[in-house]
Design a protein around this ligand. Structure first.
Ligand code: PNS
Length: 159
């Protein structure tokens, strides 16, 4: 069985992430979407909230599981038996950073392969950071995040 991991912060999950998840789920028998628990990062949503959002938006995908992890991606991938890491690429800036991450992950875990999926052109300007930036000023985020999680984002900024 081919198992892949798509790791990230997902703070919050965007339509770009969801597109990569849907496409990767068609390429592998099982796709684990894994939220990084990073205590050093100031996140809008807790890890549990982010997992809940991912579960909501992937419930139509039978071979997708949602998890969280601490530490190294290569270690977590090894622990769950995933041999492929999926990453999305929007542009050359992403590529430079992702290529470094690929090289490091190869050193850390020889068994792990990385597959890059090019972002759809509709999602080239999307990021969790941009979505938060627009939401904090009450802008329209319909084209940035899945509809199901929009209320959670608005609620955070109303507090
Ligand atoms: O949502 P992001 O910020 O693009 O996700 C980045 C992530 C979580 C995939 C990456 O930071 C990661 O794998 N972190 C775990 C620590 C690790 O394994 N680092 C080694 C590569 S430098």
């Amino acid at each position: 069985m081919k198992k892949a991991i798509y790791a990230g912060s997902f703070d919050p999950v965007t339509l770009g992430h969801l597109d990569i998840i849907e496409r990767a789920s068609r390429l592998f028998d099982c796709l684990v979407v894994a939220v990084l628990e990073n205590p050093n990062k100031n996140s809008l949503f807790t890890v549990e909230e982010r997992k809940h959002h991912l579960e909501l938006v992937t419930k139509h995908l039978e071979n997708v599981e949602v998890a969280s992890f601490r530490g190294l991606l290569a270690d977590f991938a090894g622990a769950i038996g995933a041999d492929v890491a999926v990453r999305g690429l929007r542009n050359a800036v992403d590529f430079a950073a992702e290529y470094q991450m690929y090289l490091i992950n190869r050193k850390l875990g020889k068994e792990i392969e990385t597959i890059f999926l090019a972002a759809d052109e509709e999602h080239l300007a999307l990021s969790s950071t941009n979505a938060k930036e627009v939401a904090v000023f009450g802008g329209n985020i319909d084209f940035m995040v899945p509809q199901e999680i929009k209320p959670y984002i608005i609620e955070k900024y109303q507090k």
